[in-house]
Each structure stands twice: as structure tokens, then as C-alpha cells.
Design a protein around this ligand. Structure first.
Ligand code: SF4
Ligand code: ZN
Ligand code: ZN
Length: 347
């Protein structure tokens, strides 16, 4: 049976929207997909005219669609922002080198300036070397902490005001569930924020907060966007992976479950009197940290001392066990901005 698009009531429907289960034609799907993202940007006042915005670009579907759609919306609605691509080279042979080739093609296709910052130049270690040292159990802790700082440091080099990431609704719902299961109330209270950090910091935001992963894949597929779809070779059978499977099962039964979980996360409020970590500055590199030393410095110290477990788990406990860190021996360049190391960046 031929179905008609429920949006224009004219064309033949060829898509069933995963988010709403509406039957839509291709053009109407593009239009609602882009308009929902535009509405999220406007409702949350993400950009100001003249903002310099770096898109965290990995070459994967999310950041490729983000670059394509932001460029399009910036022109269509005249946001007046200047867009850049910012990529992190973790040094993963057979994965990141290939995906960076995709980003380089995207740079040409979208005509945007590109900056690539590597772990080797910032930390003196790449992920291939780190995995050799630490194995495949805690590699993503190193990678996530290093990536968060690398993005901020790349943003400082590009002199941008704002970093946007391709985290989508599925990613955020997963994070809400993970924080509930870990009882991590500090992260739970802020993981659904669309935009983190205040005026004097590099803002970080997620324009795809309400965009379903399946719709991003559909959009990329129908638009024939050039993206890289291979999994990281060091991707573990992680906790997040189990949560993802659980969420996909829920979505199969009730597609709106993803949005409901995000709304539940937004509704959480911390009880008065709950103590949260106090933010200070890393004594070594100047990055914001709730401990004496930021997580990246402790992880790096562990690698350099041949004690990779130093930064895994509670920092203070591990420093007591393995001996403290000498101050002032910065191995990571001094950081001049004020973002926090308290969250590791999901890849
Ligand atoms: Fe890094 Fe992601 Fe690969 Fe883990 S799975 S090593 S966080 S790129
Ligand atoms: Zn239509
Ligand atoms: Zn530090």
C-alpha cells in the first residue's frame, strides 16, 4: 500500500521517523529534522551573532551531520557565526588516521577551516602507546580525560568562544542512566544541560540534544554525506555498551523513552545541603580541577612513572599509595582558560 506523507499530505512517504513514527517524504523529513535542531538552538539561545564556534569533528556520522546542518542553518537563518572544524588525533592506527582523512574531505566539502590537535604533541603519548602500557581495560579513561582537555586546548589555539559537539539524544539518555546507576549526583545534575560553563569559559554545547541517533543516520544516508563509520579498535565491552543495548530495547518498545529519560534527568534537583566538589585550579597545568592536580596530569604522571594505575579511581587515595606529585613540573602546556576536568569526553 502506498502511503502519503503526513506532513505535506502530497508526496509518497518513504520514511518512518524513528522519533515520532510519522510517515514522511524525503523533503519533509529533511525539513523537520533541520527545523527541530534550529528550534533547539533558538530556544536555548546557543549562539550570539559574531560567535566563533568550533565543531568537534571526528569524521563520524554525528559530527559530520552537525557540520553540514550548522553550516546550512547558519546560512538559512543568518546566525552570523563563524564555524571551524576542530579534530583530535588520539593516535589510534587504523582508526583515527582513517577518520581524519574523512574530516579533511569534509573540510573541502564544507569549506571550513580545520585544526587538528594530537595527543602526542600535548601529552607526549598517543593511544597506541597508552594501550600498550595500560591494556584494554582503562584505556578509555585516559582517552576521554585527554580528549576533553585537548578540545579545550584546541579551542584556545583557534581562539573560538564555543565548542559544539555531536552528542545526540541517545548519548544523553545513556549518560543519565549511567549516572543514576553509579549514584553520581554531581554529574546527574548537569549531564542534561545543553550548554555547560559560564561567560568567562569556553562554552560547550550539544545542538543534537533532542535529535535521535537513528534520524542522524537516516539524514546522513539520504543526503549521501561523507562520513566514517568504523568502531574504534580499542572500543571495549564497556558499561556504556550495556546501557546502550538496554536503551535500544526500550526505544524498540516505546520510541519516546529516550526523550522521557532526558526530561527526567532535567527534572532532577539536588537536595539542599548536598555538598559538591569545590573547583580549583590544577597546580601543575592550570586547568580547572576539584583536586590539587587535574585528572590529565595525574594520568600522565602515572604513564611517565610507569605506574599507569596512578590516575585510575580516587585520585587522592592513589596518590597516597604511590607517592605525591611534585608541583610545577608541567608536562602538559599551561592552560589559560577555565574549563573543568571533572567530566571525561565520550568519543
Ligand atoms: Fe578513545 Fe573512544 Fe577508542 Fe576508547 S573507544 S580508546 S575513548 S576513541
Ligand atoms: Zn512531505
Ligand atoms: Zn593539570
Amino acid at each position: 500500500m502506498v502511503r502519503t506523507c503526513v506532513i505535506c499530505n502530497k508526496e509518497r512517504a518513504i520514511i518512518k521517523r524513528p522519533k515520532t513514527r510519522q510517515q514522511a517524504c524525503r523533503e519533509c523529513f529533511y525539513y523537520v529534522f533541520e527545523t527541530e535542531i534550529h528550534n533547539t538552538i533558538i530556544d536555548s539561545k546557543l549562539f550570539n551573532k559574531g560567535d566563533k564556534v568550533a565543531i568537534a569533528a571526528s569524521g563520524g556520522k554525528d559530527s559530520t551531520v552537525l557540520a553540514y546542518v550548522l553550516k546550512l542553518l547558519n546560512e538559512r537563518y543568518q546566525y552570523g557565526i563563524e564555524l571551524f572544524l576542530l579534530s583530535i588525533d588520539e593516535g589510534i592506527t587504523g582508526y583515527r588516521d582513517d577518520s581524519l582523512e574523512t574530516v579533511k574531505r569534509n573540510q573541502q566539502q564544507y569549506d571550513l577551516p580545520l585544526k587538528i590537535v594530537s595527543y602526542s604533541e600535548l601529552y607526549g603519548w598517543n593511544m597506541d602507546q597508552i594501550v600498550k602500557e595500560v591494556g584494554l581495560k582503562n584505556n578509555c579513561t585516559f582517552c576521554g580525560v585527554f580528549r576533553r582537555q585537548a578540545l579545550d586546548r584546541g579551542a584556545v589555539m583557534l581562539e573560538v568562544d564555543h565548542i559544539v559537539t555531536g552528542h545526540n539524544a541517545d548519548d544523553i539518555a545513556e549518560t543519565v542512566l549511567m549516572n543514576i546507576m553509579r549514584g553520581d549526583i554531581a554529574r546527574l545534575s548537569r549531564c542534561t544541560e545543553i550548554c555547560t560553563n559560564g561567560d568567562e569559559c569556553i562554552r560547550r554545547s550539544k545542538p543534537f540534544k533532542y535529535t535521535y541517533e537513528k534520524e542522524i543516520v537516516m539524514y546522513a544516508y539520504f543526503k549521501k554525506l561523507d562520513y566514517f563509520s568504523t568502531e574504534c579498535i580499542y572500543s571495549p565491552n564497556s558499561y556504556r555498551g550495556h546501557v546502550r543495548t538496554f536503551l535500544k530495547d526500550l526505544e524498540g518498545i516505546r520510541s519516546i523513552a529516550i526523550i522521557d529519560i532526558i526530561h527526567s534527568g532535567e527534572a532532577f534537583e539536588l537536595k539542599k545541603g548536598v555538598k559538591l566538589p569545590i573547583q580549583g585550579v590544577c597546580k601543575r597545568c592550570g586547568y580547572i580541577s576539584s583536586n590539587e592536580f587535574c585528572k590529565a596530569c595525574v594520568l600522565l604522571e602515572g604513564l611517565n612513572r610507569g605506574l599507569p594505575k596512578l590516575g585510575i579511581g580516587k585520585t587522592n587515595k592513589m596518590l597516597k599509595k604511590y607517592g605525591n606529585m611534585p608541583e610545577g613540573m608541567a608536562t602538559i602546556p599551561k592552560f589559560m582558560n577555565k574549563n573543568s576536568d571533572s567530566v571525561s569526553e565520550q568519543c
